[in-house]
Design a protein around this ligand. Sequence first.
Ligand SMILES: N[C@@H](CCC(=O)N[C@@H](CS)C(=O)NCC(=O)O)C(=O)O
Length: 265
Amino acid sequence: MIELYQFELSQYSEKVRLLLDYKGLRYRKIEVTPGIGQVELFRLTGQKQVPVLKDGSRYIADSTEIARYLDFQYPDRPLVPRDPKQKGLCLMMEEWADESIGTKGRKALFSAITSNQNFRKSLLPTTTPDLLKSLLEGVPNDVLKFLGVGVGYTPDVVKSAIADLRQDLEALTLLLADSPYLTGDEPCLADLAVASLSILLKFPDGPYLNLPATLRGKGVPGLADNPNYEPFFTWRDRLYARFRKPLISTTTTPSPGAPTSIQID
Ligand SMILES: N[C@@H](CCC(=O)N[C@@H](CS)C(=O)NCC(=O)O)C(=O)O
């Protein structure tokens, strides 16, 4: 069976989960422990980031490489349109989604977590030892930084990321106003990338992620609850309802020592 080395809360891992579901491929999730688990990943693949797909004896790193591999190896339900213009738009938007929504989304979520005690509290996994939980709940933001979450995310970096995300969400809302999908009448890699990479802005409104149910539909204040972007998130949740398999149908194998706390980089 296909295996996916992942972090549950990684938006790039979510992109691959959505691609696999879209293609109707069964897979087993392997939760990588940040730090120690990545050493093993490096040994296997020569790099330390998730997602990594294992298919037979092959390991493929990077969500875009995985998308290419899946389309080549499992051509049913193609991810990239044949029409040259649609194909060009699809590839361009996928790259943009990776670079903008993917990277800026985690800065925006980091900012929401560090500035909102309740949000942070509800994100901590139930398996987090009580001692660590109470430590994280009660202490100031610099302890989270000390723990390695969001290092380098200065207020200016976060502010500029949120401004860019506002423009991204406006663009997506406009593009989808009179078109069912980004490049036409059928979904393609760009739609699946945009939908999945936006999970950190607003968690999907259904049982797709191993998160407390109370977090479903919640997200970064000012983006997730902004009525201007509501059409985009409604579109995204419809796409999820259509193509993403609910959590119950996949299996997670935690790697030794997992899980840890907030796994967003
Ligand atoms: N370009 C990569 C980005 C992957 C990425 O940023 N993964 C993050 C998790 S969302 C990661 O593994 N971070 C841990 C690290 O860099 O050590 C892709 O598309 O897969």
